[in-house]
Design a protein around this ligand. Structure first.
Ligand SMILES: Nc1ncnc2c1ncn2[C@@H]1O[C@H](COP(=O)(O)OP(=O)(O)O)[C@@H](O)[C@H]1O
Ligand SMILES: [Mg+2]
Length: 142
């Protein structure tokens, strides 16, 4: 196992407004932490993509009143965990249809690949969502 220099439980908190390109600030923060934690370049790109998709989902779908996304980045010797929180309307994961390429080709709505992508990029994806918002936890092991 490759170790890193982070003391146990190192965290960074970031609050970003829901305005275009602000998700890149979250991706940059993750990059800095992931580099220091000795993730590979490919893994860092995967984490960044997953964060960007998750933030854009909060921007586009949460209908949050305060228009902020609250992000906590956590790194220890074994993993990176990024928690992405909004105070929006929430959603029910099982109501989100799993996209099917054959159907999408003929469907009006060509989007809807974000969640699928996020799950393929990360080792664990946990969604806690309800009336007072959503927390998506993204984990990648070192
Ligand atoms: N933070 C969120 N708040 C409310 N709904 C969300 C959130 N994130 C995802 N969703 C729901 O999950 C669906 C699927 O997201 P995704 O797979 O990224 O597809 P897309 O964003 O293209 O619709 C969204 O259409 C939305 O209904
Ligand atoms: Mg999306």
């Amino acid at each position: 196992m490759v170790s890193n220099n982070f003391p146990k439980g190192t965290e960074v908190d970031l609050k970003i407004p829901m305005v275009p390109d602000m998700e890149l600030a979250a991706a940059k923060t993750a990059e800095a932490m992931a580099e220091y934690a000795h993730f590979s370049d490919d893994e860092i790109e995967e984490i960044k993509m997953a964060i960007i998709e998750t933030c854009i989902n909060a921007f586009e779908h949460s209908e949050s009143m305060d228009r902020n996304v609250y992000i906590t980045f956590h790194v220890d010797k074994k993993k990176m965990v990024v928690q992405i929180m909004d105070k929006g309307k929430g959603f029910v994961k099982k109501d989100v249809e799993t996209p099917d390429i054959a159907k999408k080709i003929h469907a009006e709505y060509k989007r809807g690949w974000g969640m699928q992508l996020i799950e393929s990029l990360m080792d664990e994806v946990d969604i806690q969502s309800g009336d007072d918002g959503t927390v998506v936890s993204l984990t990648k092991f070192i």
